[in-house]
Design a protein. Structure first.
Length: 283
């Protein structure tokens, strides 16, 4: 059985262009790359066709596979919020996701994560969820045209109260009723919100399409190198084997302080490969 490795450009957003980030991920020994699609990286509103073509060629020339998009939203993109009381923001959020689906079709990207937004004071949780689900039905209709995968991404409580656990995502999957809707499991988020990795993965089961891999201390919202926190990586990999997961673990880096992203990417890959070897998994 093989679990594949990818790395996201997110951590490089304050340091390099998306093109340079892709080169560094290749240099760190990865075979897959995941693009952050917020500014200043592969933001659909900003990237023209010539630049999109160049980015696609670069990924191919480096021998990388484009494995996913990491969208802007949550704490890193407050301008995107399905639950906003402002209709203009809800419309802009919907358009951003649709633009991502179109960009994915151009670049050959198979999936992206989906984030629910902040429910602000004056808006009930029920209303926020209704606005969110209304938008997601429209996004699903667009995704189904190209069989593009939408990975519902549970977050931690400071980012959204609408989708915190795998169970929340499973309820949404049932309502959306589409084979294009899956789950993306974020280890750094869940290490804070609901630290029950193996059972979460078992519950997600066939719906799990992708893992965002990062570590932290279970208190601060950071995305540190794998093995440098309290995430149970051996348990996670064993649970993935148990459900016959054959997708990607995509390593991520994010810190409120300046950090050496090159080192995080490299050490995360090396650490996971050691765990794979111990568990008996190829990559």
């Amino acid at each position: 059985m093989a679990i594949k490795l990818s790395a996201c450009t997110l951590g490089y957003t304050r340091q390099t262009t998306v093109e340079e980030a892709v080169r560094r991920i290749a240099s760190a020994g990865y075979k897959g790359v995941d693009l952050y699609t917020g500014a200043p990286h592969a933001w659909p509103q900003d990237y023209l066709k010539k630049e999109r073509d160049g980015l696609k060629k670069l990924i191919s020339d480096l021998g990388l596979k484009l494995t996913g998009f990491a969208v802007s939203g949550g704490g890193l993109g407050l301008q995107y919020n399905f639950s906003s009381p402002r209709e203009s923001i809800r419309k802009a959020t919907l358009q951003y996701y649709i633009d991502n689906i179109k960009l994915a079709d151009e670049l050959g990207c198979p999936l992206m994560n989906v984030l629910t937004g902040h429910v602000m004071y004056g808006t009930s949780k029920e209303q926020g969820r209704k606005w969110t689900m209304d938008a997601l039905h429209e996004i699903v209709a667009e995704a189904e045209k190209t069989k593009f995968i939408l990975g519902l991404h549970p977050q931690y409580i400071a980012e959204s109260s609408l989708m915190i656990t795998v169970d929340d995502a499973l309820e949404m999957i049932k309502e959306l009723n589409s084979s294009c809707v899956k789950i993306i499991y974020d280890t750094a988020q869940q290490n804070i919100s609901y630290r029950n990795f193996m059972d979460d993965i078992r519950r997600a089961g066939k719906h799990l399409c992708y893992v965002h891999g990062a570590d932290n201390d279970g208190v601060r919202w950071t995305h540190e190198a794998l093995g440098n926190g309290t995430v149970d990586w051996e348990g996670i990999v064993r649970a993935l084997v148990e459900i016959n997961f054959d997708g990607y673990i995509c390593t991520q880096s994010w810190s409120e302080l300046p950090n050496d992203v090159d080192s995080v990417m490299r050490s995360s890959r090396e650490y996971l490969e050691q765990v794979f070897k111990k568990v008996g998994v190829s990559s």
